[in-house]
Design a binder for this molecule. Structure first.
Ligand SMILES: *Cc1c(COP(=O)(O)O)cnc(C)c1O
Length: 393
Protein backbone atom coordinates (compact mmCIF):
# COMPACT_ATOMS: atom_id res chain seq x y z
CA UNK A 1 0.00 0.00 0.00
CA UNK A 2 0.86 3.57 -0.73
CA UNK A 3 2.47 5.85 1.99
CA UNK A 4 -0.12 6.44 4.63
CA UNK A 5 -0.87 10.01 3.49
CA UNK A 6 -1.86 11.06 6.98
CA UNK A 7 -1.61 14.33 8.87
CA UNK A 8 -1.90 13.10 12.44
CA UNK A 9 -5.07 11.05 12.27
CA UNK A 10 -6.49 13.04 9.33
CA UNK A 11 -6.23 12.44 5.60
CA UNK A 12 -5.74 8.95 4.24
CA UNK A 13 -7.50 7.18 1.40
CA UNK A 14 -11.22 6.41 1.59
CA UNK A 15 -12.19 5.48 -1.95
CA UNK A 16 -13.66 2.50 -3.82
CA UNK A 17 -11.13 -0.28 -4.48
CA UNK A 18 -11.24 0.52 -8.20
CA UNK A 19 -9.50 3.85 -7.67
CA UNK A 20 -6.55 2.59 -5.65
CA UNK A 21 -4.33 1.73 -8.64
CA UNK A 22 -4.91 5.22 -10.08
CA UNK A 23 -3.90 6.87 -6.80
CA UNK A 24 -0.84 4.64 -6.51
CA UNK A 25 0.25 5.48 -10.03
CA UNK A 26 -0.24 9.18 -9.31
CA UNK A 27 1.71 9.06 -6.07
CA UNK A 28 4.57 7.25 -7.76
CA UNK A 29 4.74 9.82 -10.56
CA UNK A 30 4.48 12.74 -8.14
CA UNK A 31 7.32 11.41 -5.98
CA UNK A 32 9.44 10.82 -9.08
CA UNK A 33 8.93 14.16 -10.81
CA UNK A 34 8.74 16.54 -7.87
CA UNK A 35 12.52 16.34 -7.58
CA UNK A 36 13.22 15.88 -11.29
CA UNK A 37 15.42 18.60 -12.77
CA UNK A 38 13.80 18.75 -16.19
CA UNK A 39 10.29 18.74 -14.71
CA UNK A 40 11.13 21.57 -12.34
CA UNK A 41 12.80 23.64 -15.04
CA UNK A 42 9.69 23.39 -17.18
CA UNK A 43 7.43 24.11 -14.18
CA UNK A 44 9.46 27.20 -13.25
CA UNK A 45 9.38 28.38 -16.84
CA UNK A 46 5.56 28.27 -17.02
CA UNK A 47 5.10 29.73 -13.54
CA UNK A 48 7.23 32.68 -14.58
CA UNK A 49 6.37 33.22 -18.22
CA UNK A 50 2.75 32.06 -18.35
CA UNK A 51 1.42 32.69 -14.84
CA UNK A 52 3.50 35.74 -13.86
CA UNK A 53 5.56 34.56 -10.88
CA UNK A 54 7.10 35.67 -8.63
CA UNK A 55 4.29 37.78 -7.19
CA UNK A 56 5.07 40.86 -5.14
CA UNK A 57 4.80 41.11 -1.37
CA UNK A 58 3.30 44.58 -1.33
CA UNK A 59 3.45 46.90 1.66
CA UNK A 60 -0.07 48.30 2.05
CA UNK A 61 0.98 51.67 3.42
CA UNK A 62 -2.40 53.38 3.61
CA UNK A 63 -4.10 50.47 5.30
CA UNK A 64 -1.16 50.03 7.64
CA UNK A 65 -1.34 53.66 8.73
CA UNK A 66 -5.07 53.40 9.21
CA UNK A 67 -4.87 50.23 11.31
CA UNK A 68 -1.64 50.83 13.23
CA UNK A 69 0.06 47.64 12.02
CA UNK A 70 2.41 46.78 9.18
CA UNK A 71 0.33 45.01 6.59
CA UNK A 72 1.86 43.21 3.64
CA UNK A 73 -0.17 41.67 0.81
CA UNK A 74 1.03 38.61 -1.08
CA UNK A 75 -0.24 39.50 -4.54
CA UNK A 76 -1.54 36.20 -5.91
CA UNK A 77 -4.32 38.32 -7.43
CA UNK A 78 -1.80 39.43 -10.07
CA UNK A 79 -1.44 35.96 -11.57
CA UNK A 80 -2.88 34.90 -14.92
CA UNK A 81 -6.58 33.96 -14.53
CA UNK A 82 -6.67 36.11 -11.40
CA UNK A 83 -5.84 33.80 -8.51
CA UNK A 84 -3.43 31.29 -6.97
CA UNK A 85 -5.26 28.33 -8.58
CA UNK A 86 -3.00 28.48 -11.63
CA UNK A 87 0.03 27.40 -9.51
CA UNK A 88 -1.62 24.03 -8.97
CA UNK A 89 -3.12 23.55 -12.43
CA UNK A 90 0.23 24.20 -14.13
CA UNK A 91 1.91 21.75 -11.72
CA UNK A 92 -0.61 18.96 -12.11
CA UNK A 93 -1.08 19.59 -15.83
CA UNK A 94 2.63 19.20 -16.37
CA UNK A 95 2.71 16.08 -14.20
CA UNK A 96 -0.10 14.60 -16.33
CA UNK A 97 1.94 15.35 -19.44
CA UNK A 98 5.02 13.64 -17.99
CA UNK A 99 2.81 10.67 -17.10
CA UNK A 100 1.67 10.43 -20.73
CA UNK A 101 -1.97 11.26 -19.95
CA UNK A 102 -3.92 12.57 -22.94
CA UNK A 103 -7.02 13.90 -21.17
CA UNK A 104 -7.63 16.10 -18.12
CA UNK A 105 -10.81 16.18 -16.08
CA UNK A 106 -11.61 18.65 -13.31
CA UNK A 107 -14.45 19.72 -11.05
CA UNK A 108 -15.49 23.31 -10.65
CA UNK A 109 -17.94 25.25 -8.49
CA UNK A 110 -18.20 28.82 -9.71
CA UNK A 111 -15.76 28.11 -12.51
CA UNK A 112 -12.43 29.48 -11.30
CA UNK A 113 -10.67 26.12 -11.08
CA UNK A 114 -12.31 25.06 -14.34
CA UNK A 115 -10.85 28.11 -16.07
CA UNK A 116 -7.40 27.60 -14.54
CA UNK A 117 -7.48 24.00 -15.78
CA UNK A 118 -8.86 24.92 -19.22
CA UNK A 119 -6.07 27.42 -19.93
CA UNK A 120 -3.44 24.90 -18.88
CA UNK A 121 -5.05 22.39 -21.23
CA UNK A 122 -4.59 24.96 -24.02
CA UNK A 123 -1.04 25.67 -22.93
CA UNK A 124 0.03 22.03 -22.86
CA UNK A 125 -2.19 20.79 -25.70
CA UNK A 126 -4.21 18.38 -23.54
CA UNK A 127 -8.03 18.20 -23.96
CA UNK A 128 -9.98 19.20 -20.83
CA UNK A 129 -13.44 18.22 -19.61
CA UNK A 130 -14.88 20.01 -16.60
CA UNK A 131 -17.65 18.67 -14.37
CA UNK A 132 -19.89 21.44 -13.08
CA UNK A 133 -23.20 21.27 -11.21
CA UNK A 134 -26.05 22.30 -13.53
CA UNK A 135 -27.13 25.01 -11.07
CA UNK A 136 -23.63 26.44 -11.23
CA UNK A 137 -23.61 26.22 -15.04
CA UNK A 138 -26.79 28.30 -15.02
CA UNK A 139 -25.41 30.86 -12.54
CA UNK A 140 -21.96 31.20 -14.11
CA UNK A 141 -22.57 31.45 -17.83
CA UNK A 142 -19.62 33.76 -18.44
CA UNK A 143 -17.20 31.33 -16.80
CA UNK A 144 -18.64 28.48 -18.85
CA UNK A 145 -17.93 30.56 -21.95
CA UNK A 146 -14.39 31.30 -20.75
CA UNK A 147 -13.71 27.57 -20.37
CA UNK A 148 -15.21 26.81 -23.76
CA UNK A 149 -13.16 29.52 -25.44
CA UNK A 150 -10.05 27.78 -24.11
CA UNK A 151 -11.28 24.61 -25.78
CA UNK A 152 -12.60 22.83 -22.68
CA UNK A 153 -15.85 20.90 -22.63
CA UNK A 154 -18.18 21.64 -19.70
CA UNK A 155 -20.21 18.66 -18.46
CA UNK A 156 -23.28 19.74 -16.42
CA UNK A 157 -24.09 17.50 -13.43
CA UNK A 158 -27.76 17.08 -12.54
CA UNK A 159 -27.39 15.01 -9.38
CA UNK A 160 -27.98 16.07 -5.77
CA UNK A 161 -27.80 19.81 -5.14
CA UNK A 162 -26.36 20.25 -8.68
CA UNK A 163 -23.33 22.07 -7.27
CA UNK A 164 -19.65 21.48 -6.50
CA UNK A 165 -19.86 18.38 -4.33
CA UNK A 166 -21.93 16.59 -6.97
CA UNK A 167 -19.45 17.64 -9.66
CA UNK A 168 -16.64 16.09 -7.59
CA UNK A 169 -18.58 12.82 -7.27
CA UNK A 170 -19.03 12.62 -11.04
CA UNK A 171 -15.39 13.46 -11.72
CA UNK A 172 -14.31 10.57 -9.46
CA UNK A 173 -16.80 8.29 -11.22
CA UNK A 174 -15.37 9.26 -14.62
CA UNK A 175 -11.81 8.68 -13.40
CA UNK A 176 -12.65 5.17 -12.18
CA UNK A 177 -13.18 4.07 -15.77
CA UNK A 178 -10.79 6.42 -17.59
CA UNK A 179 -7.60 6.35 -15.51
CA UNK A 180 -5.63 4.71 -18.31
CA UNK A 181 -5.44 7.95 -20.31
CA UNK A 182 -6.92 10.53 -17.91
CA UNK A 183 -5.62 12.65 -15.03
CA UNK A 184 -8.13 14.03 -12.54
CA UNK A 185 -6.86 17.52 -11.72
CA UNK A 186 -8.31 18.36 -8.29
CA UNK A 187 -8.39 22.06 -7.48
CA UNK A 188 -7.60 22.21 -3.78
CA UNK A 189 -5.94 20.35 -0.90
CA UNK A 190 -8.81 17.89 -0.49
CA UNK A 191 -9.43 14.36 -1.67
CA UNK A 192 -7.56 11.12 -1.01
CA UNK A 193 -3.79 10.91 -0.73
CA UNK A 194 -1.70 12.01 -2.63
CA UNK A 195 -3.86 15.05 -3.54
CA UNK A 196 -3.57 17.09 -0.31
CA UNK A 197 0.21 16.63 -0.29
CA UNK A 198 0.61 17.19 -4.02
CA UNK A 199 -1.55 20.32 -4.20
CA UNK A 200 0.28 21.73 -1.19
CA UNK A 201 3.58 21.04 -2.95
CA UNK A 202 2.51 23.05 -5.98
CA UNK A 203 1.09 25.89 -3.85
CA UNK A 204 4.07 26.06 -1.48
CA UNK A 205 5.74 28.44 -3.92
CA UNK A 206 3.55 31.14 -2.30
CA UNK A 207 5.07 30.52 1.15
CA UNK A 208 8.64 30.19 -0.14
CA UNK A 209 8.44 33.52 -1.92
CA UNK A 210 6.59 35.29 0.90
CA UNK A 211 9.16 34.18 3.49
CA UNK A 212 12.11 35.39 1.41
CA UNK A 213 10.31 38.66 0.56
CA UNK A 214 9.38 39.56 4.13
CA UNK A 215 12.92 38.76 5.32
CA UNK A 216 14.28 41.03 2.62
CA UNK A 217 11.89 43.88 3.43
CA UNK A 218 11.67 43.66 7.22
CA UNK A 219 14.80 41.74 8.15
CA UNK A 220 12.63 39.48 10.31
CA UNK A 221 9.67 37.14 10.14
CA UNK A 222 6.11 38.48 10.45
CA UNK A 223 4.06 38.15 13.63
CA UNK A 224 1.10 36.68 11.76
CA UNK A 225 0.13 35.18 8.42
CA UNK A 226 -3.54 35.36 7.48
CA UNK A 227 -5.23 33.51 4.61
CA UNK A 228 -8.76 32.45 3.67
CA UNK A 229 -9.68 28.76 3.76
CA UNK A 230 -12.04 27.05 1.34
CA UNK A 231 -10.61 23.65 0.56
CA UNK A 232 -7.38 25.05 1.94
CA UNK A 233 -4.87 25.41 -0.89
CA UNK A 234 -3.86 29.08 -0.83
CA UNK A 235 -3.64 29.01 2.95
CA UNK A 236 -1.59 25.82 3.18
CA UNK A 237 0.61 27.22 0.41
CA UNK A 238 1.51 30.34 2.35
CA UNK A 239 1.49 28.62 5.79
CA UNK A 240 4.06 26.10 4.52
CA UNK A 241 6.67 28.87 4.39
CA UNK A 242 6.23 29.66 8.10
CA UNK A 243 4.90 26.53 9.81
CA UNK A 244 8.32 25.62 11.24
CA UNK A 245 8.71 29.09 12.76
CA UNK A 246 6.77 28.62 15.98
CA UNK A 247 6.66 32.37 16.70
CA UNK A 248 4.68 33.12 13.55
CA UNK A 249 0.94 32.99 14.19
CA UNK A 250 -0.96 31.21 11.41
CA UNK A 251 -4.59 32.22 10.99
CA UNK A 252 -7.04 30.59 8.57
CA UNK A 253 -10.23 32.49 7.83
CA UNK A 254 -13.30 30.49 6.88
CA UNK A 255 -16.44 31.68 5.12
CA UNK A 256 -18.82 32.34 7.99
CA UNK A 257 -21.82 33.02 5.74
CA UNK A 258 -24.66 34.40 7.85
CA UNK A 259 -22.69 33.43 10.99
CA UNK A 260 -21.59 30.11 12.50
CA UNK A 261 -24.62 30.00 14.79
CA UNK A 262 -26.87 29.86 11.72
CA UNK A 263 -27.21 26.92 9.29
CA UNK A 264 -26.04 29.13 6.40
CA UNK A 265 -22.28 28.90 6.84
CA UNK A 266 -19.17 27.47 5.18
CA UNK A 267 -17.00 27.45 8.32
CA UNK A 268 -16.05 23.78 8.35
CA UNK A 269 -13.38 23.86 11.08
CA UNK A 270 -15.15 26.41 13.27
CA UNK A 271 -18.48 24.62 13.14
CA UNK A 272 -18.06 21.13 11.63
CA UNK A 273 -17.18 17.75 13.09
CA UNK A 274 -14.90 14.90 12.06
CA UNK A 275 -16.02 12.86 9.11
CA UNK A 276 -15.19 11.51 5.67
CA UNK A 277 -15.89 13.43 2.48
CA UNK A 278 -14.48 12.94 -1.01
CA UNK A 279 -11.94 10.34 -0.03
CA UNK A 280 -10.33 11.71 3.10
CA UNK A 281 -10.91 11.99 6.85
CA UNK A 282 -11.16 15.58 8.01
CA UNK A 283 -13.75 18.00 9.31
CA UNK A 284 -17.07 18.29 7.48
CA UNK A 285 -20.35 20.12 7.85
CA UNK A 286 -22.87 17.36 8.49
CA UNK A 287 -26.06 16.64 10.40
CA UNK A 288 -26.37 14.13 13.26
CA UNK A 289 -26.89 11.27 10.79
CA UNK A 290 -23.71 12.10 8.92
CA UNK A 291 -25.55 13.62 5.95
CA UNK A 292 -23.36 16.31 4.39
CA UNK A 293 -24.90 19.78 4.80
CA UNK A 294 -25.11 22.48 2.18
CA UNK A 295 -22.42 25.07 2.78
CA UNK A 296 -23.05 28.76 2.32
CA UNK A 297 -20.74 31.69 1.75
CA UNK A 298 -21.06 34.84 -0.32
CA UNK A 299 -17.82 33.75 -1.99
CA UNK A 300 -18.09 30.66 -4.16
CA UNK A 301 -14.54 29.56 -3.32
CA UNK A 302 -15.32 29.22 0.40
CA UNK A 303 -18.65 27.51 -0.14
CA UNK A 304 -17.56 23.89 0.44
CA UNK A 305 -18.72 21.59 3.29
CA UNK A 306 -15.26 20.00 3.68
CA UNK A 307 -11.71 21.18 4.32
CA UNK A 308 -8.25 19.79 3.54
CA UNK A 309 -7.05 17.23 6.12
CA UNK A 310 -3.81 19.07 6.90
CA UNK A 311 -5.87 21.99 8.19
CA UNK A 312 -7.79 19.58 10.43
CA UNK A 313 -4.41 18.56 11.79
CA UNK A 314 -3.09 22.13 12.26
CA UNK A 315 -6.41 22.97 13.95
CA UNK A 316 -6.33 20.04 16.37
CA UNK A 317 -2.63 20.48 17.17
CA UNK A 318 -3.21 24.19 17.76
CA UNK A 319 -0.41 25.24 15.38
CA UNK A 320 -2.88 27.31 13.38
CA UNK A 321 -6.01 29.16 14.48
CA UNK A 322 -9.18 29.12 12.46
CA UNK A 323 -11.76 31.88 12.61
CA UNK A 324 -14.90 32.70 10.65
CA UNK A 325 -15.77 35.97 8.96
CA UNK A 326 -19.37 36.61 7.89
CA UNK A 327 -20.54 37.61 4.42
CA UNK A 328 -21.20 41.12 5.67
CA UNK A 329 -17.75 41.49 7.19
CA UNK A 330 -16.15 40.14 4.02
CA UNK A 331 -17.95 42.78 1.96
CA UNK A 332 -16.52 45.36 4.29
CA UNK A 333 -13.03 43.91 3.69
CA UNK A 334 -13.69 44.13 -0.03
CA UNK A 335 -14.56 47.82 0.24
CA UNK A 336 -11.73 48.56 2.66
CA UNK A 337 -8.95 47.31 0.40
CA UNK A 338 -10.51 48.85 -2.70
CA UNK A 339 -10.87 52.20 -1.00
CA UNK A 340 -7.53 52.48 0.78
CA UNK A 341 -5.17 50.62 -1.54
CA UNK A 342 -6.87 50.70 -4.96
CA UNK A 343 -6.82 46.91 -5.02
CA UNK A 344 -10.13 45.10 -5.58
CA UNK A 345 -9.79 41.71 -3.86
CA UNK A 346 -11.71 38.51 -4.58
CA UNK A 347 -14.54 37.97 -2.10
CA UNK A 348 -12.63 34.92 -0.80
CA UNK A 349 -9.53 37.03 -0.12
CA UNK A 350 -11.76 39.77 1.34
CA UNK A 351 -12.38 37.40 4.27
CA UNK A 352 -8.65 37.46 5.05
CA UNK A 353 -8.56 41.25 4.68
CA UNK A 354 -11.57 41.62 7.00
CA UNK A 355 -9.95 39.46 9.64
CA UNK A 356 -6.65 41.33 9.29
CA UNK A 357 -8.55 44.48 10.22
CA UNK A 358 -10.07 42.81 13.29
CA UNK A 359 -6.69 41.41 14.30
CA UNK A 360 -4.92 44.75 13.86
CA UNK A 361 -7.51 46.48 16.03
CA UNK A 362 -6.95 44.17 19.01
CA UNK A 363 -4.91 46.19 21.53
CA UNK A 364 -2.37 43.39 22.05
CA UNK A 365 -1.57 43.37 18.31
CA UNK A 366 -0.71 47.02 17.90
CA UNK A 367 2.33 47.57 15.68
CA UNK A 368 2.60 43.95 14.59
CA UNK A 369 3.67 42.84 11.13
CA UNK A 370 0.98 40.92 9.27
CA UNK A 371 1.18 39.10 5.94
CA UNK A 372 -2.19 38.67 4.22
CA UNK A 373 -2.46 36.26 1.32
CA UNK A 374 -4.42 38.08 -1.37
CA UNK A 375 -5.44 34.86 -3.09
CA UNK A 376 -7.27 36.46 -6.01
CA UNK A 377 -8.71 39.57 -7.60
CA UNK A 378 -12.29 40.71 -7.42
CA UNK A 379 -13.25 41.39 -11.03
CA UNK A 380 -15.15 38.10 -11.09
CA UNK A 381 -17.25 39.25 -8.12
CA UNK A 382 -18.36 42.66 -9.36
CA UNK A 383 -21.91 41.63 -10.31
CA UNK A 384 -22.49 40.02 -6.93
CA UNK A 385 -21.04 42.95 -5.02
CA UNK A 386 -23.10 45.40 -7.06
CA UNK A 387 -26.25 43.51 -6.19
CA UNK A 388 -25.28 43.33 -2.48
CA UNK A 389 -24.71 47.09 -2.56
CA UNK A 390 -28.00 47.64 -4.34
CA UNK A 391 -26.25 49.15 -7.36
CA UNK A 392 -27.71 48.41 -10.78
CA UNK A 393 -25.22 47.42 -13.47
C1 LIG B 1 -10.85 29.03 -5.07
C2 LIG B 1 -10.41 30.21 -4.32
C3 LIG B 1 -10.17 30.16 -2.92
C4 LIG B 1 -10.46 28.96 -2.07
O1 LIG B 1 -9.72 27.83 -2.34
P1 LIG B 1 -8.52 27.36 -1.40
O2 LIG B 1 -8.20 26.02 -1.95
O3 LIG B 1 -9.02 27.31 0.00
O4 LIG B 1 -7.41 28.33 -1.57
C5 LIG B 1 -9.68 31.30 -2.30
N1 LIG B 1 -9.44 32.43 -2.99
C6 LIG B 1 -9.68 32.53 -4.32
C7 LIG B 1 -9.40 33.81 -5.00
C8 LIG B 1 -10.17 31.43 -5.02
O5 LIG B 1 -10.40 31.53 -6.34
Amino acid sequence: MINNGKFGKYGGIFVPELLIPALEELEKAFLKYKDDKEFNQELDYYLKEFAGRPTALYYARNLSEKLGCKIYLKREDMLHTGAHKINNTIGQGLLAKYMGKTRLIAETGAGQHGIATAVVGSLLGIPVEVYMGSNDVERQKLNVLRMELSGAKVLPVDAGSKTLKDAINDAFRDWTSSVENTHYLIGTTMGPHPYPTMVKHFQSVIGREARAEILEKEGELPDAVIACVGGGSNSIGIFSGFVDDAAVELIGVEGGGDGIKTPRTGATLCKGTEGILHGSFSFVLQNNDGQISEAHSVSAGLDYPGVGPEHAYLHSSGRANYVAVTDKEALRGFELLSRYEGIIPALESSHAVAYAEKYAKMPENKGKTIVVNLSGRGDKDMFLVASEMGVEV
